[in-house]
Write a protein that binds this ligand. Structure first.
Ligand SMILES: [Zn+2]
Length: 87
């Protein structure tokens, strides 16, 4: 990378290396606040970070998280259908 900026006491390389832990909530409060401050001040990392975050969210939604949400929707639908047929 040509540009390695230092914002909020962190360099871009450090932020990108910790991005996965940051999204998982595995960083300490102080560290994740530092990563956030860098992301707000650095458009390169912000763009990369949001693309990375949405990719991770897509992966999670296709896994266990989606199954849980899906069954809740199903239950609600069943409850509604049940009411509709009773009334
Ligand atoms: Zn950066």
């Amino acid at each position: 990378m040509a540009i390695e900026r230092e914002i909020a006491g962190m360099r871009c390389g450090e932020v990108l290396a910790e991005l996965s832990d940051y999204l998982d909530g595995d960083l300490t409060k102080a560290r994740s606040a530092q990563v956030e401050a860098h992301l707000h001040g650095c458009d390169v990392c912000e763009r990369f970070g949001s693309a990375f975050a949405s990719a991770i969210q897509t992966l999670r939604h296709s896994g266990l998280g989606f199954g849980v949400a899906d069954s809740t929707v199903f239950e609600r639908l069943h409850a509604r259908l049940g009411k509709a047929t009773q009334e």
